[in-house]
Ligand binder design. Structure first.
Ligand SMILES: [Mn+2]
Length: 342
């Protein structure tokens, strides 16, 4: 996007909020660094350019140690949706998600005024007054950083550190060609980053429980042809599912990594692939679109499926069925798996 193009867009964005008094910036459930940094950047622009204060709302939990450290060290204030009434906020701006994707808590039938996102366009976003949906971007934080550059606002170290960390953590390992825009924006942000705060976030301390979960995940992980899978059973922190899928994806000769867990009456699945051409987002929608919400990108995706049962035994059998669907779709045999750790 050229600077003058974005400046025109910024004017349109300000126009949308100019008569609004209560603005809620809404992230997806269990927000990640991309949604947190993007919300913070949008909040800053609305404040500076339109003189409009706003709240950043979320549902679910901030589970991953790095994400909690991000809130703590950067002093970012989020507001749980359980503490406010959405009806009090006539103006909602969604970042890193869209209406009716299944991964956010905007009630069905409620349309936001603003959507800024990098996930594939959803038909439900058609009525949104201000839309910036760029599936070619790997992170929403890149869209926000480009907006900030065009706005010519002063970039403070807190915001720069948040955006830098979001871009870095979510695009590392994607390869140089894929992350071209991100490489450029990281270079731009770098001089403004507070390195000490960044180090505090990246080296966040974790609990003993974290190691227990990783231990058990590795112990129980199974290899089926070019797929590696782990079932964490019941978790209290949904972010750990993606962390395990990331760890397993590093296994040599593997094309796909899937991690399953039961959380809050749902089965959550995190999926990874090393090759964009495999398009794991489409795979997940094909596999689970009929059972719940599934979505994502070419290399990372996720699904949320209603567990239908509270019985641990039946949940296990259900996860088994879900695993078999993925094995069929990836052309792998579901019998005779090999243990990751013999
Ligand atoms: Mn994102």
């Amino acid at each position: 996007m050229t600077i003058s193009e974005i400046q025109r867009k910024l004017n349109a964005l300000i126009d949308v909020v100019k008569d609004e008094d209560k603005i809620l910036i809404l992230m997806h459930d269990n927000p990640d660094p991309d949604s947190i940094a993007s919300a913070l950047g949008l909040q800053y622009m609305l404040e500076q350019l339109a003189k409009k204060p706003s709240l950043i709302g979320y549902a679910g939990i901030v589970g991953r140690a790095e994400n909690r450290a991000m809130l703590k060290y950067l002093g970012i204030k989020l507001c749980s949706l359980s503490r406010i009434s959405l009806a009090d906020f006539p103006c909602v701006a969604m970042v890193d998600t869209q209406p009716s994707t299944g991964n956010n808590s905007l009630p069905a039938g409620r349309s936001p005024q603003i959507v800024i996102d990098h996930h594939p366009y959803r038909h439900s976003s058609r009525k949104v007054t201000y839309r910036e949906i760029k599936p070619k971007y790997n992170v929403t934080a890149s869209i926000i950083t480009e907006y900030l550059i065009a706005s010519r606002l002063v970039l403070d170290p807190i915001l720069a550190t948040a955006l830098f960390y979001a871009i870095k953590s979510e695009t590392e390992g994607l390869g140089r060609e894929v992350g071209k825009i991100e490489a450029k924006l990281r270079h731009f942000l770098y001089p403004y980053v507070d390195q000490k705060l960044l180090a505090n976030i990246e080296n966040a301390r974790v609990s003993r429980e974290y190691f227990q979960i990783i231990h058990s995940a590795l112990e129980h992980a199974l290899i089926y042809g070019d797929v590696v899978m782990a079932n964490l059973e019941t978790v209290t922190n949904p972010d750990i599912i993606a962390e395990v899928a990331d760890v397993l994806m590093r296994l040599e000769k593997i094309k796909w990594s899937f991690c399953f867990a039961a959380y809050n009456g749902d089965i959550l699945v995190s999926a990874r692939t090393i090759d964009r051409a495999n398009d794991v987002g489409t795979l997940m929608r094909t596999a689970f679109g009929d059972l719940g919400s599934a979505g994502g990108h070419e290399m990372m995706a996720g699904a949320k499926i209603w567990a239908k049962t509270t019985s641990p035994v039946r949940k296990k059998a259900f996860i088994r069925q879900l695993m078999n669907r993925l094995l069929r779709l990836t052309g792998n045999n579901s019998d005779k798996p090999e243990k990751l750790i013999a």
